[in-house]
Design a protein around this ligand. Structure first.
Ligand SMILES: C[S@@+](CC[C@H](N)C(=O)[O-])C[C@H]1O[C@@H](n2cnc3c(N)ncnc32)[C@H](O)[C@@H]1O
Length: 240
C-alpha cells in the first residue's frame, strides 16, 4: 500500500502545484499548525521534522519560524521540488534519525495517508526530544451550506476521507493532546482541482490507473456547483 501511495504522489507533482497555487490551502494549514505547535513551546520550535513534506509547501512555512527544518517524504518526485533544506526520502514507520534528535514533528496533511498512524506516531515519539511537540492535520471533507457531506450523494469506489479519527487516536496514544477543526470556504472548481491530483483521486477510485481515475473524478464532480466548507482536524501532542 505504501508503494502505491509513493507512486501516486510521484505522479502528482504538477497537479499538486497547480492546486496549491490556486488555493494556498496547504500553506494555510501549515501556518495554522506551526502557530499551534509554537504556542506549546518555551522559546520556539527548534529542529523541526516536516514529516510528509511533499513539494515543500509546509517546509517553507516551518523554515519561516525556525532555522533548522528537515523535509522527509516517501515520494522522491515530490521531494525533488525542494532545493534548500535537508531532504530525506523515507517512510514514517522507519525514520532514519537518532532517538531524541528533533524538537518538533509536523505532519501537515500526511499522517492520514498511512495504513496505521499509530505505528508512525510511535516511531515519531522515539526521535522526538523529551520536551518536544508533535502536530498533525487531517481532512474531514467538504460540506454543503446545510451541513451535509458533499460526497454523500456520489457513487464512487471508496469514501474520502476515512482515517481522521485514527490520526487523532494515534497521537493521543502517545501524547497528551489538544484538538480542533479549521474550516475554509471553497468552491466546486477547487474541489475538482483537488481531485485532479492523482493521489487524491485515488481516494475515490483506488483501483483505476492514474489517467482513468482523474478522468472519473472529473466526471463525478462535473455537476457540482456553488460554495462549500472544507474542514480539517488538527491535533497537537506534548509529552504526558
Ligand atoms: C498531501 S501531501 C502534503 C505535503 C506537504 N506537507 C504540504 O503541506 O504540501 C502528503 C505527503 O505525505 C507523503 N507521505 C505519504 N505517506 C508517507 C509515508 N508513509 N512516509 C513518508 N511520507 C509519506 C506523500 O508522499 C505526500 O508528499
Amino acid at each position: 500500500m505504501k508503494a502505491v501511495v509513493r507512486q501516486n504522489f510521484d505522479a502528482s507533482v504538477d497537479a499538486y502545484t497547480t492546486y496549491e497555487r490556486r488555493t494556498n490551502r496547504f500553506t494555510s494549514l501549515a501556518r495554522l499548525l506551526a502557530a499551534e505547535m509554537t504556542a506549546r513551546t518555551d522559546g520556539g520550535l527548534g529542529t523541526v521534522l516536516d514529516a510528509g513534506a511533499g513539494t515543500g509547501v509546509s517546509t517553507r512555512v516551518f523554515a519561516e519560524t525556525t532555522a533548522d527544518t528537515i523535509a522527509l517524504d516517501i515520494s522522491r518526485e515530490m521531494l525533488r521540488k525542494i532545493d534548500s533544506t535537508a531532504r530525506l526520502q523515507a517512510d514514517f514507520d522507519h525514520l532514519p534519525l537518532r532517538d531524541q534528535s528533533v524538537d518538533a514533528i509536523a505532519f501537515t496533511a500526511s499522517l492520514f495517508l498511512v495504513p496505521e498512524p499509530a505505528t508512525a506516531v510511535r516511531e515519531a515519539a522515539k526521535v522526538l526530544r523529551a520536551d518536544g511537540v508533535i502536530g498533525a492535520v487531517a481532512p474531514l471533507g467538504w460540506f454543503r451550506p446545510d451541513g451535509t457531506d458533499v460526497f454523500e450523494q456520489f457513487e464512487r469506489e471508496s469514501r474520502s476521507p476515512t482515517d481522521t479519527s485514527a490520526v487523532e487516536e494515534a497521537v493521543a496514544g502517545e501524547f497528551s493532546t489538544s484538538t480542533g477543526t479549521w474550516k475554509f470556504s471553497t468552491t466546486a472548481e477547487n474541489i475538482r482541482l483537488f481531485h485532479a491530483i492523482p493521489a487524491m483521486a485515488a481516494r475515490l477510485y483506488p483501483k483505476l490507473d492514474t489517467e482513468k481515475r482523474v478522468r472519473r473524478a472529473r466526471e463525478l464532480l462535473g455537476s457540482l456547483d456553488g460554495t462549500f466548507e472544507q474542514r480539517w482536524r488538527w491535533v497537537i501532542g506534548v509529552p504526558e
